[in-house]
Ligand binder design. Structure first.
Ligand SMILES: C[S@@+](CC[C@H](N)C(=O)[O-])C[C@H]1O[C@@H](n2cnc3c(N)ncnc32)[C@H](O)[C@@H]1O
Length: 282
């Protein structure tokens, strides 16, 4: 969860870091489990130890501090981190009632999306069969499986895949989730490959798909839509500027997908946001 107390990290560094450098101190940072994650600008190099000490004093059980030194990279969407304090980047994170084990340096996980994941899970109905490509360590998988559904999850990063399997076990959801390690784009392109890999594809299609699409993979929506039954739901994530949205809604309509709801779920670059579209197949 993000550190959102009234006293920000920047406030608490007043008197230690002087202006104009003080304005470079991030106001907020994230926690994944007991690991604090910050991005310290290069100009604050001389103050790194002081910043780490301050972070460690802010929450008693902080076991490690990681400095994010690159943006999310590659198809695995993993950033480079420096370990500024502590022994390892392995942690247990609690979100929406489920426990996630992960090594923050090897997998993608964004703790700021906890509310959005709870929102999507609240739409899931018992008995549904649900396709979740780009599953990561399972933050969309576990809450959906917890509703007595059948989940089919695909993930390309072997480390994320191993964590996902471990998290299914940790949360006692074995038997409800089939996990495939592989390229979802490739798997969905070859007819019959889902069945070959152990997925029990329902005759009329899946009831629902949750698609936390990586950047640049919007073409994936057509492939998913082909696998969803009429009246079924797709929660589709995409990166767009606000002025692209009206045209996108028209495109979805032309694909036979009704937009039931959409909203911004975070900013990723100046002017560009992550949006979610709740779509219904007509
Ligand atoms: C934006 S992250 C979302 C992860 C997870 N759903 C979450 O919300 O934390 C995208 C995930 O898709 C995986 N990925 C990227 N390309 C993929 C592909 N072609 N097939 C399957 N998984 C892929 C990445 O390894 C990463 O875990």
């Amino acid at each position: 969860m993000s550190y959102r107390n009234r006293i920000t990290l920047r406030d608490s560094m007043k008197g230690i870091v002087e202006e104009p450098l003080l304005s470079l101190v991030p106001k907020r940072f994230d926690y994944i489990g007991d690991i604090a994650i910050i991005s310290i600008p290069a100009d604050l190099e001389a103050y790194r130890d002081a910043i780490v000490s301050k972070i460690l004093s802010m929450r008693g059980n902080t076991r490690a501090v990681l400095n994010k030194v690159s943006k999310l990279e590659g198809e695995r969407r993993v950033a480079h981190f420096e370990l500024l304090s502590g022994e390892s980047a392995e942690t247990f994170h609690r979100e929406n009632g489920y426990t996630y084990k992960m090594d923050v340096r090897k997998v993608f996980f964004n703790p700021r999306l906890y509310w959005e994941r709870a929102r999507v899970a609240s739409k899931v109905l018992p008995g549904e069969s649900i396709l979740i490509p780009f599953a990561g360590v399972g933050p969309f998988v576990l809450p959906s499986a917890g509703k007595r559904t059948t989940i089919y999850a695909i993930e390309i990063n072997p480390d994320a895949c191993a964590c996902l399997k471990e998290n299914i076990r940790l949360n006692k959801l074995e038997g409800q989730v089939t996990v495939i390690h592989g390229d979802a784009d490739l798997i969905l392109s070859v007819p019959g490959s889902l069945e070959d890999k152990g997925f029990n594809v329902p005759e009329n299609g899946f009831d629902r798909a949750i698609v936390p699409t990586p950047y640049g993979m919007d073409h994936f929506l057509g492939k998913v839509s082909d696998l969803i039954k009429k009246g079924g739901h797709i929660h589709f994530y995409t990166f767009k500027t606000e002025n692209q949205i009206p045209e996108l809604i028209e495109d979805y309509k032309k694909m036979g997908l009704e937009v039931e709801f959409y909203r911004r779920t975070g900013n990723v670059a100046p002017g560009v946001s992550r949006w979610v579209f709740d779509l219904v197949k007509k």
